[in-house]
Design a protein around this ligand. Structure first.
Ligand code: PXP
Length: 237
């Protein structure tokens, strides 16, 4: 199981004071040195955390894979074409959300998405869609031409009652098996932390997890290197 570390919230700390530190790029390099297999950042339309400068610096410096989360807009396409991340993950984005609210609704916008994905692929970028564990949406992801998907683990992570949590976990298991059968590479993420990640690690069809908030929160106490190493230890199968 590979670990991709999302460094958005290093930038959140910096932007709280509109200051020049902490640097997301420094956190990313330390995360890589601690063994992370990839770095993720989300360039939002409102630029609340990651800035275009951060994205460029990440592209220039990191040695693993850069995954840019973004909305499917022309503005973001032009940035992605210039910066050329290894992967673009398409996510839904609404201005007032605290964090991404659910997967992208692919059904109903297949044509626009297929065109958008084709343009990114022509620019040499692999494309992923952040999607809920729903077979109809996943089948539509295949149809619009992505090579990989990231299954939204948010509802599993947020569930309080054991029964509810188990239900969402089962949905993720089924969705991962379904996507794998369709020939898609399967990643997962959102809301994963040191306490809830283990059952997700056991799902063999999932090859990579994207984790941000929990690692940055722990990094504030123990440092980014240790926070990444502790998560990597949990990801060993
Ligand atoms: N995957 C996607 C698509 C996301 O939008 C986010 C949050 O930016 C994550 C994974 C990481 O979620 P978290 O910060 O809760 O680990």
């Amino acid at each position: 199981m590979r670990l991709a570390v999302n460094v958005d919230h290093i930038a959140t700390i910096r932007q709280a004071r509109k200051a020049s530190e902490p640097e997301p790029v420094l956190a990313a390099l330390l995360a890589e040195q601690a063994g992370a297999h990839g770095i993720v950042c989300h360039l939002r339309g409102d630029r609340r955390h990651i800035q275009e400068r951060d994205l460029k610096l990440l592209r220039e410096t990191i040695k693993t894979k850069l995954n840019l989360e973004m909305a499917a807009t022309e503005e973001m396409f032009n940035i992605a074409r210039k910066v050329r991340p290894d992967v673009v993950s398409l996510v839904p984005e609404t201005p007032d959300e605290v964090t991404t609210q659910g997967g992208l609704k692919v059904l109903g916008q297949e044509k626009q998405l297929a065109n958008f994905i084709q343009k990114l692929k022509k620019a040499g970028i692999r494309v992923s869609i952040f999607v809920d564990p729903d077979e109809h949406q996943i089948a539509a992801c295949r149809q619009v031409g992505v090579d990989l998907i990231e299954i939204n683990t948010g509802r599993y992570a947020e569930a309080i009652k054991e029964k509810e949590r188990e239900k969402h976990l089962e949905e993720i298991r089924q969705a991962a098996a379904f996507a794998h059968k369709l020939g898609l590479e399967v990643h997962a993420g959102h809301g994963l932390d040191y306490h809830n990640v283990q059952p997700i690690v056991e799902i063999r069809e999932i090859s990579e997890l994207s984790i941000g908030f929990a690692i940055v929160a722990r990094a504030a106490i123990v440092g980014i290197s240790q926070a990444v190493r502790e998560m990597l230890a949990l990801l060993e199968r």
